[in-house]
Write a protein that binds this ligand. Structure first.
Ligand code: C2O
Ligand code: CU
Ligand code: CU
Length: 460
C-alpha cells in the first residue's frame, strides 16, 4: 500500500476548465461478469457506469455531450448547485439534445462531494438502460484515507436471456413501488469480492443510481461512519441501527476502518425490503498482518461547503403534500377532480400529485411554478407524504438543510438534495433561494416522477 496516499494534500483548483467529451450511445456491458453474455445497454461513452468525472472544488468543468442515441437526451448534474441553463431539464432549462447534435455544459461546481449525472429526457428508460455516471468534486484537503472507493449501485430488470426487460412505464408499477429490478450491480457488474487489508481506512462513496430500488446496507462486523450526505458534509456519525439507508439518487460518503481479522470474509447485506435481504458483496480480507493496529486518529470532519444558512425566523413557508398511488386511501383514489388525473394503473396516466397537481414526464416548456421565491429569500418547506409508498424527493439547484422528521429534529447537521420519505412521513427542510431560475422538484423513483410526482419552483 502506498503510504504516500495517506497524507491529505492541499491542492488548489486550476483556472483552466477541465474539458470532457461524453457521448450518449448504445453499447454492451458484461453485467453478469466477464464470462457471461453481454447485455445491450445505453450508456455514456456506451459504458455502464459512464466515465467517472473528477474535478477539484472550484475547477471549471466543460462537458461536450454528443447524442448518438436515436432519441432526444439531456444531461442533468444531480446535486450540483449550478446555473439554471446548465441543469439539463429539456424544455425547462434547455432544448433537448436531438440525435446527432451536441450540447456543451459548462459550470464550476461550488461544493466538494459525491455527485452523479444522468439524463433528464425519457429518464425512466434512459436511466433504466444504464445511462449514469459519477461526478466527484474533490475537497482541497480531503479526509485522510488509504483508499477512496466509489460504489455506484444500479438495479436492472433482466430477462432470462440477459436482455433488459421491456415494459418501461407500466402503469401499475408507476402507482406502486416503481420498476424494481432483479439484478443489482456495483460499478456496472454483479459484485465480486472486495479485497481489503486489515487496518486500512477506506473512504467509500455510495451512490444509489437505481430507478426505484431503495437500499439499506449493513457492513457485518464493521461500523461505518457517515461523513457526508448527498455530497454535503455532516457531523461524522454512525448511522441509525448501523444501516446505511439509500433511496434512489441518494449518496453517502462513509469512512470504513477495516478492523476485521486477516483472512476472514464479512458480508455487506442489503436488507431494506422485508424478507428480501441479500448479500450485496463481501469484504474479503487478505491474509497479511494489519497495516496498523489501531484506527488512525486523524480527523473525519470534511471541510464545509459554501452553503448559505437559511434564516428560519424570516423564512417564507410552503407545504408540499404528496398524494396518490395504490392503496392511498386519500383524496386521490377514485375521487376524481385531480387535474390531469387518470385512474392510477392506466399506462401513461398520472398516478400521483403534489398539492393536487400532476406534472408528468421529464420536464417541458411552460411548466407553471408551484410558487415563486424572491432571490435571496429563505424558505422552509414542509413535505407531507400522504401516500402508502416511499418517495425520495429531490430538488434541483439547491441542497436542503434538514430540520425535522415527524416532529423530531434531524441530527448531525445534515443537508441533502434527495430526501427519503417513508409512508406518512412529514419532513421539514429549508434552503436559501439564492439561485435564479425554474427548478424541478420531484420524486426520484423514476416511474413516480413520470406519473406526476413532480413540480417546479421559481426563483426570480
Ligand atoms: Cu437526479 Cu431531476 O434528477
Ligand atoms: Cu437533480
Ligand atoms: Cu415516489
Amino acid at each position: 500500500m502506498a503510504l504516500s496516499s495517506w497524507l491529505p494534500r492541499a491542492r488548489a483548483a486550476p483556472a483552466e476548465p477541465r474539458t470532457v467529451a461524453l457521448s450518449a450511445a448504445p453499447g454492451r456491458a458484461a453485467l453478469l461478469g466477464d464470462d457471461a453474455t453481454e447485455t445491450a445497454i445505453w450508456g455514456y461513452d456506451g459504458r455502464v457506469p459512464g466515465p467517472e468525472i473528477r474535478v477539484r472544488q472550484g475547477e471549471p468543468l466543460k462537458v461536450v455531450v454528443d447524442n448518438r442515441l436515436d432519441q432526444d437526451t439531456t444531461v442533468h448534474w444531480h446535486g450540483i448547485r449550478l446555473p439554471n441553463a446548465m441543469d439539463g431539464v429539456p424544455g425547462l432549462t434547455q432544448p433537448p439534445i436531438r440525435p446527432g447534435e451536441r450540447f456543451t455544459y459548462s459550470f464550476t461546481p461550488p461544493d466538494a462531494g459525491t455527485f452523479w449525472y444522468h439524463p433528464h429526457a425519457n429518464s425512466l428508460e434512459q436511466l433504466g438502460r444504464g445511462m449514469a455516471g459519477v461526478l466527484i468534486v474533490e475537497e482541497p484537503e480531503p479526509v485522510a484515507a488509504d483508499r477512496d472507493l466509489v460504489w455506484m449501485l444500479a438495479d436492472w430488470r433482466l430477462t432470462r436471456d440477459e436482455r433488459i426487460a421491456a415494459g418501461f412505464g407500466n402503469g401499475m408499477e408507476a402507482a406502486m413501488a416503481g420498476r424494481v429490478g432483479n439484478l443489482v450491480t456495483l460499478n456496472g457488474a454483479i459484485p465480486t469480492d472486495q479485497p481489503v487489508r486489515a487496518g486500512e481506512r477506506i473512504r467509500l462513496r455510495l451512490i444509489n443510481a437505481a430507478l426505484a430500488r431503495i437500499m439499506a446496507l449493513r457492513f457485518e462486523g464493521h461500523r461505518p461512519i457517515v461523513l457526508a450526505v448527498d455530497g454535503q458534509p455532516c457531523d461524522p456519525h454512525e448511522p441509525e441501527g448501523g444501516r446505511l439507508l439509500l433511496g434512489p439518487a441518494m449518496r453517502l460518503d462513509v469512512v470504513l476502518d477495516l478492523q476485521g481479522e486477516p483472512g476472514k470474509r464479512y458480508r455487506v447485506v442489503d436488507d431494506f425490503y422485508d424478507g428480501l435481504s441479500y448479500p450485496l458483496t463481501v469484504l474479503a480480507y487478505e491474509a497479511g498482518p494489519p497495516i496498523r493496529e489501531q484506527p488512525p486518529d486523524t480527523p473525519l470532519r470534511l471541510p464545509p461547503n459554501p452553503l448559505p444558512e437559511p434564516d428560519l425566523a424570516t423564512a417564507e413557508r410552503h407545504e408540499l403534500t404528496l398524494e396518490g398511488g395504490m392503496m392511498g386511501g386519500g383524496a386521490m383514489m377514485g375521487m376524481g377532480g385531480m387535474h390531469g388525473m387518470a385512474t392510477p394503473g392506466m399506462d401513461g396516466g398520472a398516478a400521483w400529485a403534489i398539492n393536487g397537481v400532476s406534472m408528468t414526464g421529464d420536464g417541458h416548456a411552460g411548466m407553471p411554478p408551484l410558487f415563486t421565491l424572491q432571490r435571496g429569500r429563505s424558505c422552509v418547506l414542509t413535505i407531507r407524504n400522504r401516500t402508502a409508498w416511499w418517495h425520495p424527493m429531490h430538488i434541483h439547484g439547491f441542497s436542503f438543510r434538514m430540520l425535522s422528521r415527524n416532529g423530531a429534529p434531524i441530527l448531525h447537521r445534515q443537508w441533502s438534495d434527495t430526501v427519503l420519505l417513508a409512508p406518512k412521513d412529514t419532513v421539514e427542510c429549508a434552503f436559501v433561494a439564492d439561485n435564479p431560475g425554474d427548478w424541478m422538484l420531484h420524486c426520484h423513483v423514476m416511474d413516480h416522477q413520470m406519473a406526476g410526482l413532480m413540480t417546479v419552483l421559481r426563483v426570480a
